[in-house]
Unconditional design. Sequence first.
Lengths: 281, 316
Amino acid sequence: MTTDVVKRPSVGTLVWEQFRYQNKVFWRTPIAAFFTIVFPLMLLVLFTAIFGNDVIEGMGITTAQFFTPGLAVFAAVSATYTNLAIGTAIARDNGILKRIRGTPIPPWAYIAGRVASGVYLAFIAMALMMTVGIVFYGVQLIPRTIPAALLTFVVGVGCFAALGMLVAAISPNGDAAPAITNATLLPVAFISSIFFPIEDPPRWMEIAGSFFPLKAFAEAFRDAFDPTLSGAQFHWPQIGYLALWGVVAAILAIRFFRWEPSAGSRSRRRRRKEETGSETA
Amino acid sequence: MLPECAEKAEPGAGRSSIAPVAAIEVEGLVKHYGELAAVDGVELSVEPGEVFALLGPNGAGKTTTVEILEGHRDPDRGQVSVLGFDPSTGGRAYRERIGIVLQEGAVERELTVREALTIYGGMYPKRLDPDHLVELVGLEEKADARIKTLSGGQQRRLELALGLAGDPDLLFLDEPTTGFDPSARRQAWAILENLTALGKTILLTTHYMDEAQHLADRIAVIDHGRIVAEGTPDTLGGRADGKSVIRFALPSGVGADQLPVPARVRDGLVEVEAESVTKALHGITSWAVERGLELERLQVARPSLEDVYLELTGDN
């Protein structure tokens, strides 16, 4: 028996290994990779084709200059909010979380690896979107606002990662998580002017849009790519609002997180079938 | 999510040089789910290096008991000590020394077998080489295949390999062959026998009596949350001193009342329960020889483990 006796792995190593493997799992799940990476790029291609890439009247910027940062935010939210919610809820249904709980990895280190992977993929999705915008659609990068863009992005992605883990925590099973994320993200994306700028929205829509964190994220990030604006473009109220949502979501996610599949989720159904099968045999 | 302090509180540390009295010691274990007492006063003691089977019908409390020992659930009452740890507070140091093979564990289906063994093994201070593990469970050909391409039986074997990835001192096996066809069970048993040769302490749950008999050094029968019998496969439930039964076909032309010993006749088959088999058999054969009778289908049988098990767990 060849036993490798090594030191107890450091927590940093454990987080890093989880991060690496979660990334691997992501790239090997075509549907997740498609919706996170490819789908937002398709929207950019479609929107610029439909609306043309001229200067938008009253805004003073091109269609691509408006859409690219917003869709980069949308892609980043898919990578964190949607992916973490669905991936974690399914992992729980399948019993992966329960297995993890029986191993020596500290639970928070596992979660940290998962979240880090979502954040990393959000950066990739954002960088890819901005690159396509700059290279193919003449989107301008403004050096003086890059620090503000990065800070906004980090806080925004952290906020939506926490929200994704909250949805994972409260989803009764793996089927509910995609339903919850899609039913929340898509309408909110519309009222947050991700898919097209809404001029003169009805009052309720404006209030709803301002309540959810996506609009704050998109606005603050987009303004960092608006050449008609001056200054460093640190939108502190929006950044603060995103941080507040993130902290509240994280506290609730920790409070309600479960490691075991709930009764009636996929794996339990399978077990029941087996037991009745063996009893009648 | 409990932050676990890695360096202090290691009651099991340094124990490897001094053999502990028992690998598992359970006293007065009680766990309720609502009104139902899933575990109702279980007592267990498992020696190091022993293969111990917890045998019982579905819903008897096996899985709940094991999940408490694994640290997945907290008991309502009772004392539990596993490798010198309290599983509910043992944390990382405890989990480094145990391996858990879940009844229906799963791994990320997109990983390969080798990747899964590497990442899970990497969580432990001691670890077994993935190449060695795939060999042990007979998955060499699938080592670089995605887990989603494995058959059900192969996934269960991977599950076993994952339980061993951290070279545990104690392995929990929850119903390792439930849902297997007979040949897959034989295969799984062969693998488990390899493990026992490694000298690991194994706690196995099963509702298959033959599985317990085949694999275990000692068996505890659990029913309605209580241990109703405990012993080796040979002595369980008084099986060693249980009365043997002599059976033979009732010779034609002989009435039941003409037999030399007290007996039951069922479907033309005579059954004699005997304290002393030799004496009873002598009486019966002498009687038959004197009359020139041939005792067709003559056999002497000890009560089977199955008889004992059904008697212990049967409600009727």
